[in-house]
Each structure stands twice: as structure tokens, then as C-alpha cells.
Design a binder for this molecule. Structure first.
Ligand code: ADP
Ligand code: MG
Length: 348
């Protein structure tokens, strides 16, 4: 493992930001901490970078303890590169000057060669002599990335790197940046509150909530096999429908019977994602179109079932139905996700 974070605790005064937080990352992998704002993502990055001294826990980079009981390696000795939300480029330095910033120990010719190489890696060869204010936001982001990668860090840390860019650019750039990081061979930790960004960039994602990681997993598993209700709610869209346990492994919901791994006898709630509900004119179950969101290739329908409960259905957009219309639906659930019903509120 290139990065190991074990049982990390960081508090400001009596405000505990993270506690018992652990994860590890293999060399060359891109990991992401995903969670709501104020959840402690930046705090964890600052601990890894060495700007904070955690109260508890251990951090190892390439097998070397950098934070732990009696150990605190200085940030500049951790072989880390950082990319911040606001890029923090030096306005008085050219693109080349910015990229060269961390290379002062290199001989002149070697440094120039390294700057050219990084300029090429991020696709800015033609812009090396320009100044930050002369290039676009997306290009500035790539300069920040090249500057962080230039000294060949073991570990790259990215804090909400795309939040200052518009949505279109964000999506394209997150894929580009992923390719650049992969090509550089660096291991990276990204933190963001933006799911699309996390899914586009990361090999593995940890959902940060209530001071620790709720589930650390591949994006596919977070979506299809959420470990708990918070993860199920937070990642992707979906609804919960009450389910009656018929016999071992069979759960009945309003839309039919599902085969599940659950062997208990208690009633549960089943998560239905928009892609679990399929539109089919021949299906006997009808549901009323309450709302529709056009997404280009698909329409996301909000449908009302007989009982009045709502489900979401993702339907190819040539099936264009009007509000109030009743359309046929059936289940196409690959893996059933079921949890105990949420504790009922005791309020009257
Ligand atoms: P995120 O990056 O997920 O938005 P942060 O790590 O920035 O979350 O902040 C987590 C919590 O820690 C917030 O409540 C924030 O106010 C608090 N916090 C962060 N840094 C400090 C600090 N230096 N002193 C006191 N409180 C802090
Ligand atoms: Mg933050």
C-alpha cells in the first residue's frame, strides 16, 4: 500500500472533525473521499500533507510512518504534491516558471527538460511562455497539476480541484486529469462533495460521514451494493419501498417479488434505483407520470404507483409520455438492496 491512514482522529478544541478514520490506497490508484461540505475532507488531506498534527492515528506513505505517536515528518519531507481548489498559481511567473517552481534543486538543463515534459503531459506546450491571466481556467487547472507533478511526488493530493469551473468543463477535465495522473504513475487522493467528479476520477471512493468512512469501495459497489442506508441515500438516486418477507430469500414489494440474499423473516425496505424500474407497454403494472426530467438520451420519470408511493424510472427518451399518462412498468433488479425500515419518528 502506498498510503495507509489508520484510526485517524483530528479535533479542533472539543470539536471532533474525524475519528477512527481509516483507509489505504495501492500504488498508482486514485482514491476519493466523498462527502458533504464541512465533513472534514480538507482536514484529512491536511493531516496527510503534514499541515496538521493528528491527535490519534498513524499515516504511512510508501511504508514510512509520517504521522504517528512521537513521529511528525515535515510537509516538505513527505514527497507530496498538492492541487488546491483555487489553483494558487504565482501570477508573476509564466506557465513554465510555475511548473518549475518545485524544481529548484535541479540543474538548469535538467529542469528545463522536466518543464517541457510536464508541459507536454498536460497539453500546454504552446502556452509555456504565457502568464496565468492569459490562459483559461481549465488551462490554469492543468498548470497547477503540472506544478504538483513536476517533482515526481509519491502522492498527489487534490482538494475539490474542479469546483471553480463550469459543469461542462468540469466533466471533460476530470477525465483528462485522470488520464494525466495515470500517465504520470502517481498515486492520488482526491476530495470532493461532487459525486460526478468522484465517479469520473476515482478507482475507489470512501463516503465520509459522521467523522469516519462509511464505505470504501469501487464506484460500482457504492451504487449497487451500498453498505448502509446513508450510503444508499447519498450515492445516486432512488427510493425505498416497503418489502414483506415471504419466505427465506423472497421479498414482496408493490411491484412484484424479488429474490434476495436476505434470509431474515422481518419486513424490510428495498432500494429501487431508476434503472431498476423498466418501462414496458406490455407490463400489467401501470404507474402515472408525475414528473419528467429530459436528459438527452434518457428521460427520468417520477411515477406514482397504485398505493400513492413514488418510484423513479430511467427510460430511453423516444418513449416520451405526457404528465398524467399511465405507463406500464416492471422490475429489472440485478441485486436487491434491502435495509431495516428507518426508525419512525416519535413525534405525533
Ligand atoms: P470539508 O473540507 O469536508 O468541507 P473541513 O475539513 O474544511 O471540511 O472542515 C471540517 C470541520 O472542521 C468544519 O466544521 C470546520 O469549521 C472545522 N475546521 C476546519 N479547520 C479548522 C481550524 N483550523 N480550526 C477550527 N475548526 C476548523
Ligand atoms: Mg474542503
Amino acid at each position: 500500500m502506498l498510503l495507509e491512514v489508520k484510526n485517524l482522529r483530528q479535533a479542533y478544541g472539543d470539536h471532533e472533525v474525524v475519528a477512527g478514520l481509516s483507509f489505504s490506497l495501492a500504488r498508482g490508484a486514485i482514491g476519493c473521499l466523498l462527502g458533504p461540505s464541512g465533513g472534514g475532507k480538507t482536514t484529512v488531506l491536511r493531516c496527510i500533507a503534514g499541515f496538521e498534527t493528528p491527535q490519534e492515528g498513524e499515516i504511512r506513505i510508501a511504508g514510512r510512518m509520517v504521522s504517528g505517536p512521537g513521529t511528525m515528518v515535515a510537509p516538505e519531507k513527505r514527497r507530496i504534491g498538492m492541487v488546491f481548489q483555487d489553483y494558487a498559481l504565482f501570477p508573476h511567473l509564466s506557465v513554465a516558471g510555475n511548473i518549475a517552481f518545485g524544481l529548484h534543486a535541479m540543474a538548469h538543463a535538467e529542469r528545463a527538460a522536466r518543464v517541457r515534459k510536464l508541459g507536454e503531459l498536460v497539453g500546454l506546450t504552446a502556452a509555456l511562455a504565457k502568464y496565468p491571466h492569459e490562459i483559461s481556467g481549465g488551462q490554469q487547472q492543468r498548470v497547477a497539476l503540472a506544478r504538483a507533478l513536476a517533482p515526481s511526488p509519491e502522492l498527489l493530493l487534490l482538494d475539490e480541484p474542479f469546483s471553480n469551473l463550469d459543469i461542462d468543463l468540469r466533466e471533460r477535465l476530470s477525465l483528462e486529469v485522470r488520464e494525466i495522473i495515470k500517465a504520470s504513475g502517481a498515486t492520488a487522493v482526491l476530495v470532493t462533495h461532487d459525486q460526478q467528479e468522484a465517479f469520473a476520477m476515482a478507482d475507489e471512493i470512501g463516503i465520509l460521514h459522521e467523522r469516519h468512512i462509511q464505505q470504501w469501495d469501487a464506484p460500482y459497489n457504492l451504487y449497487h451494493r451500498p453498505a448502509n442506508r446513508f450510503v444508499a441515500d447519498f450515492v445516486g438516486q432512488g427510493v425505498f419501498l416497503p418489502a414483506k418477507a415471504l419466505s427465506a430469500g423472497r421479498l414482496e414489494i408493490e411491484l412484484g417479488v424479488l429474490e434476495s440474499d436476505e434470509r431474515g423473516k422481518e419486513d424490510l425496505e428495498v432500494l429501487l434505483r431508476p434503472d431498476d424500474v423498466v418501462h414496458d407497454d406490455a407490463a400489467p403494472t401501470r404507474a402515472e407520470v408525475l414528473h419528467k426530467a429530459f436528459r438527452g438520451a434518457e428521460i427520468l420519470y417520477t411515477l406514482r404507483l397504485e398505493s400513492g408511493r413514488k418510484v423513479l424510472a430511467l427510460v430511453p427518451s423516444h418513449h416520451n409520455h405526457a404528465l398524467g399518462e399511465k405507463i406500464g412498468i416492471r422490475l429489472d433488479v440485478d441485486h436487491v438492496v434491502a435495509f431495516r425500515p428507518e426508525a419512525q419518528s416519535s413525534k405525533p
